[in-house]
Design a protein around this ligand. Structure first.
Ligand code: SAM
Length: 253
């Protein structure tokens, strides 16, 4: 479990460690890294390959296209990653066959002080490694990308945003889409009128209570429109129905 002051420790097993500069050096995640809120250690399986060519893969048994990452070399890489990150680290493999990542899983994983992510390449990793050495398989959605690095970075980014202090405004992560089971409300900034579209008047009113109520009504309405799997009119409280009616965003619109 996390302790507030110690940095989160992330390890990644990857054939392309340089890709992780984009997480450690830029934007919100880069700033949080600089502030010492999270630490990163990268392990390239080629470091522990048992030949001088750094071979980590071989042809699949049974034939077929592509190559498969070998279990023994992945286990040695994991051993090395554990030395760097800590033996208690949970091991998360990125695979299109894993549990689909979402805000709930992000909040679960964010409680861990140390995580090791395993990024596959080629046709994937030998099943025996996944079965014996990995705690959780995670997918970023029902599509296939070429490697686990971008999926790992997406997951890590979502976790870093949840570390206290990582976002400028303490509550930002709790106001984002999904945090309260709804999509976020629309946002506007200057100019007040743009290509004939005006900023909704209530946002200019200075009436904080009215603004909060409008934002909630917008969140409810757009969640029902865009993601009816998350929220239906039937599931709304009396108070929220009244709010939608007040802003004329009711069912019949
Ligand atoms: N043959 C595998 C399959 O169809 O299940 C796909 C292998 S993919 C080309 C290579 C690597 O990319 C995987 O081992 C995994 O690490 C990563 N990957 C691809 N799609 C992913 C997804 N949707 N979520 C997480 N990781 C993914």
């Amino acid at each position: 479990m996390s302790t507030p002051d110690a940095p989160r420790r992330f390890g990644v097993i990857t054939l392309f460690p340089e890709m992780f500069d984009s997480l450690a050096c830029w934007g919100v995640t880069g700033r949080a890294h600089e502030q010492g809120l999270w630490a990163l250690s990268l392990t390239n399986p080629r470091e522990v390959a048992d030949d001088r060519h750094g071979t980590v893969d071989d042809r699949p048994y049974g034939g077929g296209p592509g190559m498969v990452m070998q279990a023994p070399v992945m286990d040695r890489a994991l051993e090395r990653a554990r030395e760097r990150v800590g033996s208690e680290a949970k091991v998360v493999a990125l695979t299109p066959q894993g549990r689909v990542f979402n805000d709930g899983l992000a909040r679960e994983l964010a409680k861990e002080q140390a995580l090791i992510f395993v990024a596959g390449r080629y046709e994937g990793i030998d099943e025996r490694f996944l079965e014996a050495s990995v705690d959780l398989e995670v997918s970023i959605g029902d599509f296939v990308v070429s490697g686990g690095e971008l999926p790992a970075m997406m997951v890590m980014d979502a976790l870093i945003r949840l570390i206290p202090g990582a976002l400028g405004h303490g509550d930002s992560a709790n106001e984002d889409s999904f945090a309260n089971g709804m999509l976020d409300c629309p946002h506007y900034t200057r100019p007040e009128a743009y290509r004939g579209a005006e900023v909704p008047g209530v946002l200019l009113s200075g009436d904080h209570r009215a603004i909060a109520r409008w934002r909630r009504a917008q969140s409810l309405r757009r969640t029902m429109d865009r993601r009816p799997d998350m929220l239906t009119w039937q599931a709304l409280s009396q108070e929220d129905r009244a709010l939608l009616k007040e802003w004329q965003l009711n069912e019949s619109e």
